[in-house]
Ligand binder design. Structure first.
Ligand code: OSB
Ligand code: MG
Length: 374
């Protein structure tokens, strides 16, 4: 397809409440969007990099640079027909997977519109609705957390995930479990623990957690495998799974029994599908993670989560949990049973509110196709 232009934008979008993990707190998102203009249509992509390189080595600013100077010009010159061609176009750039996913996902978004089919169908999805959970940040007190859980359960969410770290773990689990013995509960440490915490982590088995997400180093398989041998609770890996090979290594080493798939972290739809398929063939369930996305990233997450092996509730939830006003129409909502109904209209299934996007834009730059050498 001929690419008429690529526009990068940075939007400032305040969260309705701060989100705290073991690596820090976020109140205001700096969201990077890419628009690919082609033959009268616009494909949209959202970068999931954080404001700081704390979750991964990428940030809004590194992604902006790499998109502007490397990936954008390469894509415009290559003029791909399919989203699936993007990994090869971006291959010579090492890493920067969240930046790559921004454009690759926009190409899939465009391809679905051109073909007049829902994006989820183009990806090979099978679900009409996806089961939803929520990820709850670290709070200033346990009573405050209990109040939030009560509200999210009343809204229908099927799984509660608690962010944890040393000092905000077993006491919290005890209080939550004694109030709600039967709910589906998990935790996510975002790499907050070390080898000296192994005995402590084994005590998490007492709380009947669905999984313990990323307890150890962000880039580790080996020590997670040692820990998994001692735990009856499944470990779920997030941060270190960059691609299909990582998923295979983690499964083979028994470093985890569940995988969290995030579009940005693995570099886009192609690799996300590859990780999904590799896990499915080996009997490992997956679920779709979240990165505090605006509506565009959220719409793409919903499409991905329609694939068959996304059998566990993910971290994709209603727009109103994050934003006073989302940049898509309709906003994402969740049924009283805790499901998102998958749209059946062509493309991503949620219109972009371009006037609102323009209003929230603080930085905008057009990418021109460059002659690439080699
Ligand atoms: O580890 O899943 C994570 C948010 C930012 C960075 C990392 C993570 C998260 C979440 C939030 O858990 C999920 C969401 O609600 O978008
Ligand atoms: Mg996580």
């Amino acid at each position: 397809m001929k690419i008429d232009g690529i526009i990068l934008r940075e939007l400032h979008l305040p969260l309705v409440r701060p989100f705290e993990t073991s690596f820090g707190s976020t109140s205001n998102r700096r969201i990077l969007l890419a628009e690919i203009h082609s033959e009268g249509l616009i494909g949209w992509g959202e970068c999931t990099a954080g404001e700081h390189p704390y979750f991964s080595s990428e940030s809004t600013d590194t992604a902006w640079q790499v998109l502007l100077h490397e990936l954008g010009p390469a894509l415009a010159a290559a003029a791909p027909e399919h989203g699936g061609q993007c990994p090869r176009i971006f291959n010579r750039v090492r890493g920067h997977r969240m930046a790559k996913a921004t454009l690759e996902n926009a190409v899939w978004d465009l391809e679905a519109q051109r073909k007049g089919v829902p994006l989820w169908q183009l990806l090979g999805g099978v679900r009409e609705s996806i089961p939803c959970g929520v990820s709850l940040g670290i709070q200033s007190s346990i009573p405050e957390l209990l109040g939030i859980i009560e509200k999210e359960l009343a809204a229908g969410y099927q799984r509660i995930k608690l962010k944890c770290k040393p000092g905000w773990d077993v006491e919290v689990f005890e209080r939550v479990r004694s109030r709600w013995p039967g709910i589906t509960l998990s935790c996510d440490a975002n790499s907050a623990y070390r080898l000296r915490d192994m005995d402590h982590l084994v005590t998490f088995d007492a709380f009947d957690l669905l999984m313990i997400e990323q307890p150890l180093w962000h880039d580790d398989f080996y020590y997670h495998s040692m820990l998994q041998k001692r735990l009856s609770t499944p470990i779920c890996l997030d941060e270190p799974i960059r691609n299909r090979r990582d998923a295979l290594a983690a499964i083979e080493m028994e470093s985890c029994r569940i995988i969290n798939i995030k579009l940005g972290r693995v570099g886009g739809f192609s690799e996300a599908i590859a990780v999904h398929n590799a896990a499915q063939e080996r009997g490992i369930p997956v679920w779709c993670g979240g990165m505090l996305e605006s509506g565009i990233g959220r719409a793409h997450n919903i499409a991905l989560a329609t694939l068959e092996n996304f059998s566990l509730p993910g971290d994709v939830s209603a727009s109103a949990r994050y934003w006073k006003e989302d940049i898509i129409e309709p906003e994402v909502t969740v049924t009283p049973q805790g499901n998102i109904l998958v749209p059946d209209t062509p493309g991503r299934g949620f219109e972009v509110r371009t006037d609102l996007v323009e209003q929230l834009t603080v930085r905008k730059e057009a990418i021109r196709a460059l002659e690439l050498v080699g």
